[in-house]
Design a protein. Sequence first.
Length: 141
Amino acid sequence: MIDSIIDSSKGEVVEGLTNKLGLSGTEVDKTLSSTKDAFDKTISEEAGSNGLETLANLFSDNENSSSSNGLMASLGENLISSLSSNGFSSDKVGSIKELILPVLIKLVSEKIGGNSQMLSGLLGKGDIQDKASGFIKGLFN
């Protein structure tokens, strides 16, 4: 199942980055790397400190809880930081964040549907932080 998330997210994200934002191939690669790093950091930290409840809520059709909204804000901040450290201007950083986050949250939500058991299964084996890291690496490799 994770392969379908990878395939579907890459196509839509790359198309948006090149067609809507005019990013070059190198910039797209840096963006995907930055996004992976931001997702990895945010989800690993959340899973390690609070378990899967907030993640399951974020990746569902339900209205986000205040915790999920906080997690989304952290994800955005981590993405901005990662993109900035990869040399993107503040103008591009904001545009990339606004394009990428909704697409990826939607795609992961479609697969997980708020099901914490599904989320746990997609994260893989091992402790919860290792699971989150493995899940995110699969999205962008």
